[in-house]
Design a protein around this ligand. Structure first.
Ligand SMILES: *Cc1c(COP(=O)(O)O)cnc(C)c1O
Length: 442
């Protein structure tokens, strides 16, 4: 398809899109019935459905223990304390992720350290992870970013060699596999967000999973006083009665009920999403400038395809900025956004904010006086340029062949007519960065 681009006054590729194409989660009468039952029984703050859901979750997600929390932030927070993150510790985290992968460590007196992401996977760069390790490093957060499984072979080898604990943030990666093994089963503990936008979407909720009984019990101790009766280990048991974190992380049972029903549906739904996304990605991968973000290794998968992305190479499209590209595709009526999460290490919360009212940035709260943030936080090349080099793709819930082809046609039209967009393009992608190393398949 060629012709005048909609952004420049031409006609749109897609005149209208059925809102159900992207509606998520898919709500059935089963879900409605289960949620209403909780309300009718007055069981909103109860435990019965939550227990059943957590047990089913542990089984499917292949860990001995699962503790449901009121959100993913809480699950990750509990996980940090449970693995022993405390005052003066450093926790390494990739800079490109949602804040709730790491910001909770401030409330434990610990300091985040940001590592770069790999330009291909957009997950933690193993070499940079190793560079960040010091004698203060307690743990690393591994985010399977946008459902792309991180390089667990190398990350686990480095973590084990240095005695660094591993928390996997699986909030983007429910039922994703790394070389045949499910993510969330590699580290000491895993945290999942289950909020409405995520692949396993049940409302506001989160899940912590682990094979380690002590980690599980410590997480209960931290924010689940009502569950302290489950605690068996002597060293944990002596503290029961009050939540030692001072937090209350019990979930609402309407979410648990929704989740328990969702256990029946998600595999089938993910399979359809995978089929639809694979079809779409195969179509747009033929275009210059676009290379979809999906693992090539045998046995590695993207699960429910939360936040599907493509690498964008402006050099193959006359230097067209990603923002202008995305605006043009969106104007055609297709789903497209510029960029991904902004780098965390440049936000003032991590460069200057004095959260403890101590007279210095909390980022270096426990380092000797006179040290500066710049001394401990190096620039991160990929994290600082990645937002010029990725586009967010539509996430198809259904295998609607015609709709997928139309959306792909919008991308094709913009690529074929990209030269028309160069005039008036405000932000040419910055020179340098890792775009210089962009590996084109074509
Ligand atoms: C959504 C998300 C979280 C936090 O989960 P909530 O359920 O929103 O509290 C944590 N980490 C990542 C990577 C996320 O995307």
């Amino acid at each position: 398809m060629s012709g005048k681009l909609a952004l420049l006054g031409g006609s749109k590729t897609l005149e209208k899109v059925d809102p159900d194409t992207f509606k998520w989660p898919v709500v059935t009468d089963d879900h409605r019935k289960a949620v209403l039952d909780v309300i009718d029984r007055g069981a909103m703050s109860g435990r019965d459905v939550t227990d059943e859901f957590a047990e089913a979750f542990a089984k499917d997600f292949e860990r001995k223990h699962a503790l449901m929390c009121n959100n993913g932030t809480a699950a990750i927070h509990s996980g940090f304390w449970a693995i022993g993150v405390g005052n003066s510790d450093e926790v390494i985290c990739p800079s490109i992720t949602f804040w709730a992968s790491i910001l909770q460590v401030y409330s434990l007196g610990a300091m985040p350290v940001f590592a770069d992401v790999d330009p291909e996977t957009l997950c933690l760069d193993p070499a940079d992870f190793e560079r960040c390790i010091t004698e203060r490093t307690k743990a690393v957060v591994v985010v399977h970013y946008a459902g792309y499984p991180a390089d667990m072979d190398r990350i686990m080898e480095i973590a084990n060699r240095h005695g660094v604990k591993v928390l996997e943030d699986c909030s983007h990666a429910h039922a994703c596999y790394y070389k045949g093994r499910q993510v969330g089963t590699f580290g000491d503990v895993a945290g999942f967000s289950l909020m409405s936008g995520k692949s396993f979407a049940i409302g506001e909720a989160g899940m912590l999973t682990t094979d380690d009984r002590e980690i599980y019990e410590r997480a209960i101790l931290f924010g689940h006083y009502i569950r302290h009766g489950q605690i068996e280990l002597e060293q944990v048991k002596k503290h029961i009665g009050l939540p030692c974190g001072g937090y209350k992380y019990r979930p609402h049972q309407c979410s648990s009920a929704f989740g328990l029903v969702q256990m029946k549906y998600y595999k089938e739904q993910f399979a359809e999403i995978d089929k639809a996304m694979t079809y779409f990605c195969d179509l747009i991968d033929q275009l210059p400038g676009i290379r979809t973000h999906r693992p090539a290794e045998e046995g590695s998968t993207k699960g429910g395809w939360y936040f599907p992305l493509a690498h964008y190479n402006p050099a193959e499209l006359g230097g067209l900025s990603v923002q202008r590209f995305a605006d043009a595709v969106a104007a055609e009526g297709a789903g497209c956004g510029a960029g991904c999460n902004k780098p965390l290490h440049t936000h003032t919360v991590f460069t200057e904010m004095d959260i403890y009212n101590q007279g210095k940035p909390t980022r270096i709260a426990n380092l000797p006086d006179g040290m500066t943030v710049e001394q401990v936080q190096k620039p991160l090349l990929v994290s600082e340029t990645v937002n010029n080099l990725v586009v967010a793709l539509p996430r198809f819930i259904h295998f609607d062949k015609e709709m997928i082809e139309q959306q792909a046609a919008a991308y094709k039209k913009v690529v074929e007519n990209h030269a028309d967009l160069l005039e008036g393009d405000a932000g040419l992608a910055e020179e340098g960065g890792y775009s210089a190393t962009f590996r084109s398949k074509k």
